[in-house]
Design a protein around this ligand. Structure first.
Ligand SMILES: *Cc1c(COP(=O)(O)O)cnc(C)c1O
Length: 361
């Protein structure tokens, strides 16, 4: 058997038909950039996240970068975040000119909210939690602390579209929140895309200008910026995929539950926590023999991924940051492994993966 970690080919003929129909509509009206489908997507996502405004942009990275710029984050400002996220999270903080402060992880791979408060200084301006793998951070505690110290909260909800905490969706908690809609994310485009949500009209207006060259409606450039617009074809694809979101999430949850039931005595499985709706952007296990297991599964035709093999500050570009002791995060990156978990997996493939892991152990 050959099981890829993720297969982005569109095999469902009904879905393929709908995607092509959406693209055809765009070809017919010809408004290829920021066209009507982009507007429709913005309304739909704003609604979904219980926010007034949404701004569709070119990627999740761009969403984070633009958000920090438009919130007036400046040099010397400190932003508290997690060490465990893809590097774009840190790059956005760095390129916006701010300094990152990293807080260690809980065993659920998210920022440890008990350690948050002690890392706040008088330079701290914002907290940027990342809902790792689709499990939300404890947003009630984060918002409480932010309020106490007058800090902004910016959710990097890239991996968590549709995830919930206490019945409220990812993207509804922070001041201005970001999603990646790239083709690997749970709500996906056919390439690169991202979106930002906020209730703050002033920030919304700034984001709109910063999205393209920093010009206002009259075409006057007020604050030089680059080009971060979304293609209408991508918006049309995201709108189509939106209709399949809950089916996708339910299938992933089902697979995850089955993995949990079969593997809980063999490896450390994701913790099931009350008040959270986990959407399983990734299904991550922990094992002391991670590298050997990865190799063994590869030999059996099963592709797995390591999300991520380094903490963000361990990348060479950030060697100027002082060495940090984040013992739980450092332990986790050595043991973490993501198993295939997506809607196109067949039951016999899932069983094969489980059998192989049991045989290895
Ligand atoms: C995917 C991702 C990003 C980057 O999004 P792109 O659309 O690839 O630019 C940022 N943060 C997190 C947590 C992500 O998962």
């Amino acid at each position: 058997m050959k099981i890829p970690y993720l297969n982005l080919a569109v095999n469902d003929s009904e879905l393929k038909k709908e995607l092509l129909l959406g693209i055809e509509k765009v070809l017919t009206h010809g408004r290829l950039i920021l066209g009507p489908e982009v507007r429709e997507l913005e309304c739909k996502v704003a609604d979904f996240c219980h926010k007034k405004y949404a701004i569709a942009v070119s990627s999740g990275t761009d969403a984070l970068y633009l958000t920090l710029r438009c919130l007036g984050i400046q040099a010397q400002d400190e932003i508290i975040t997690t060490p465990l996220s893809p590097i774009p999270t840190l790059n956005a903080i760095y390129l916006a000119g701010a300094s990152p402060t990293f807080v260690d992880l809980e065993n659920n791979f998210n920022i440890n909210t008990y350690l948050l408060e002690s890392s706040i200084t008088d330079k701290t301006r914002a907290i940027m939690p990342v809902h790792y793998a689709g499990l939300m951070c404890k947003m009630d505690t984060i918002l409480e602390i932010a309020e106490k110290y007058n800090l902004l909260v910016i959710e990097d909800a890239s991996q968590a579209f549709g995830s919930m905490f206490k019945d409220k969706p990812a993207g509804s908690f922070g001041h201005t929140n970001c999603f990646s809609l790239n083709s690997m994310k749970i709500l996906s485009s056919l390439g690169e895309a991202g979106i930002i949500v906020t209730d703050d009209f002033e920030v919304y207006e700034k984001l709109q200008q910063a999205r393209y060259a920093g010009i206002n409606n009259a075409g006057e450039c007020l604050n030089p910026s680059l080009n971060f617009r979304m293609d209408t074809i991508q918006a049309a694809a995201v709108l189509t995929n939106f209709n399949y979101l809950s089916t996708k999430i339910e299938r992933r949850q089902k697979i995850a539950q089955y993995y949990n039931s079969q593997l809980k005595d063999v490896v450390q499985c994701p913790l099931e926590e009350k008040s959270f709706r986990h959407t399983f952007y990734a299904y991550c296990i922990l094992t002391d023999h991670r590298n050997e297991l990865k190799k063994y599964l590869q030999e059996k035709g099963i592709e797995t991924k390591i999300h991520y093999s380094k903490l963000m500050f361990e990348h060479l570009a950030y060697s100027h940051l002082k060495t940090l002791e984040l013992s739980n995060a450092q332990k986790i990156v050595k043991k973490i492994l993501s198993l295939p978990n997506h809607e196109n997996l067949h039951d016999d493939e899932i069983q094969y993966i489980i059998d192989c892991i049991k045989k290895f152990s």
